[in-house]
Design a protein around this ligand. Structure first.
Ligand code: PLP
Length: 473
């Protein structure tokens, strides 16, 4: 939505400042909410005062119905790479909708879809070049799973059906996405069983590694464990390994440098496809176009979503390497959704790419990411409940512990987390409040906003530590 010109000129209050542009919040019906809030226990949300009514956004900030401004260090839900109110994107989307509001990606396409596919192919590493557009990241995960199995089937290898995923993973909300996500999240409770033939392997979580957390450097024992999972499944029965190069929602778990090349070599050794889910990390968030680029690894399938349209439209993609596209080209492939490659979404994605390039925002994410990490580490040094502060690009995590020596995870009640969230909001900041606390601002966050974000997170976490000691800060 475009703001009236006058409102646009008088924006930018300090974080948390009341603009006075209040609207009465609507009542939240606990018994039968008319709008269902995703991933929430609806009654708990009601007890916590109901949802945040967001009414407008500009730059990296959003305003609630009471007129309070927040720095959106969740980037919506990891999607809003370029902040809110980018008129260029709105103009491109509007022009496309005026010209052609729909083209079925079955036997037709708007030129923007072709143009976008060519641009993605040019940006993606190696020979990743063939692009299947879908409406969301979850549908991209689902499509990648089908492509991986079909690739082997089409090559005459009909036994390769199994998928190896990893602990701490999040792969979306479709049935396939939930089945591939870490079972410890309990996402299939009461819904399952999950898809058959999915196995889970450990990840290189240095801070909590069951193999080498105590060692001075990573021993890559988790790659051996991944191979064990493959071998136990029967290496000739596994279609693909699904993995986020850096699990974001799982805790911004940055692998040691040798990890990804070792996993690539392992997959090659066993004829297994490597699927990189970059729905969160892709499109510049990690400080490179794709997180795989940090380790010069080319996956067989690259899964994209979220940041592609920076939250202005909805779009996902699966990018495949040449040999996969060539093998599947002669077959009917059971993938496709009515809104795949919607012209307005493609126009938004092209506009987003242009802005990322013109404003050098990928390099900026790397640069500001270092500042974010250094800032959080300095701000929280010596805090008795902070065990680890880690990050890459503009995504960082603060892991809370009972005791920094034992690394026992902090026992945080829902009330304690809620209090932390309220405290952060009172300081004008939205971030992902759980353990770890995750911070992921838009790539356009200003230097000043970043400084205040670091201060706010530092103060809120120290406040939590003080409350846990039973003293005031
Ligand atoms: C790594 C990863 N993959 C896939 C998805 C699914 O994306 P979407 O919710 O846009 O369908 C998510 C969502 O959070 C994600 O974090």
């Amino acid at each position: 939505m475009l703001l009236p010109a006058r409102a646009r000129r008088r924006d930018r209050p300090a974080l948390g400042e009341n603009t006075g542009a209040a609207m009465p919040p609507r009542a939240f019906d606990v018994g039968s909410p008319s709008l269902w809030y995703q991933g929430q226990v609806q009654t708990a949300l009601a007890r916590a005062g109901g949802p945040l009514w967001l009414v407008r956004g500009r730059g990296s900030r959003v305003w609630d119905s009471r007129g309070h401004a927040y720095l959106d260090a969740r980037s919506g839900l990891w999607a809003v790479l370029l902040g809110y109110g980018r008129d260029e994107i709105v103009a491109e989307v509007t022009a496309q909708l005026r010209a052609l509001s729909f083209a079925p990606l079955t036997d037709a396409a708007a030129p923007v879809a072709e143009e976008l596919a060519a641009r993605i192919g040019a940006l993606a590493p190696g020979d990743l070049a063939s692009v299947a557009l879908v409406p969301t990241g979850s549908e991209a995960v689902d499509t990648a799973l089908k492509f991986a199995r079909l690739f082997h089937y089409a090559g005459g290898d009909r036994r390769r059906r199994m998928i190896v995923s990893r602990e701490y993973s999040a792969h979306g909300g479709t049935y396939a996405g939930l089945s591939l996500s870490d079972p410890d999240r309990g996402l299939l409770r009461g819904v399952g069983p999950g898809l058959r033939g999915v196995r889970f392997a450990p990840i290189p979580y240095r801070y909590r590694c069951r193999y080498c957390a105590e060692q001075p450097a990573c021993t890559l024992a988790c790659v051996g464990a991944l191979e064990d999972v493959l071998v136990r499944a029967g290496p000739d029965r596994v279609a693909a390994v699904f993995a986020e190069p850096v699990p974001g929602p799982g805790g911004v778990i940055v692998p040691p440098d040798p990890y990804w090349p070792a996993v690539r070599a392992l997959c090659d050794r066993h004829g297994v496809l490597l699927v990189a889910d970059e729905v969160v990390t892709g499109w510049g968030r990690s400080g490179r176009w794709f997180a795989c680029d940090h380790w010069d690894v080319v996956p067989d399938l690259l899964v994209l979503g979220k940041g592609m349209t920076a939250g202005y439209q909805t779009l996902g993609a699966v990018v495949t390497r040449r040999r996969i596209a060539e093998r599947l080209a002669g077959r009917a492939v059971p993938h496709g959704f009515t809104y795949s490659g919607h012209p307005a979404a493609c126009a938004a994605a092209l506009a987003v790419l242009r802005i990322l390039e013109d404003e050098h925002l990928v390099a900026r994410a790397a640069h500001l990411g270092r500042r974010l990490l250094d800032g959080l580490r300095a701000e929280l040094a010596g805090c008795p409940i902070v065990g680890d502060v880690r990050g890459i690009g503009l995504m960082a995590a603060v892991e809370l512990v009972e005791d920094v020596r034992t690394r026992a995870p902090a026992r945080l009640s829902a009330r304690g987390l809620r209090r932390l969230e309220v405290d952060l909001r009172s300081r004008g900041v939205l971030c992902f409040v759980d353990n770890p606390v995750i911070v992921a601002p838009p790539l356009v966050v200003s230097d000043d906003e970043l400084t205040r974000l670091v201060e706010a997170v530092g103060a809120s976490v120290r406040g939590l530590a003080a409350r846990r000691r039973g003293t005031r800060e």
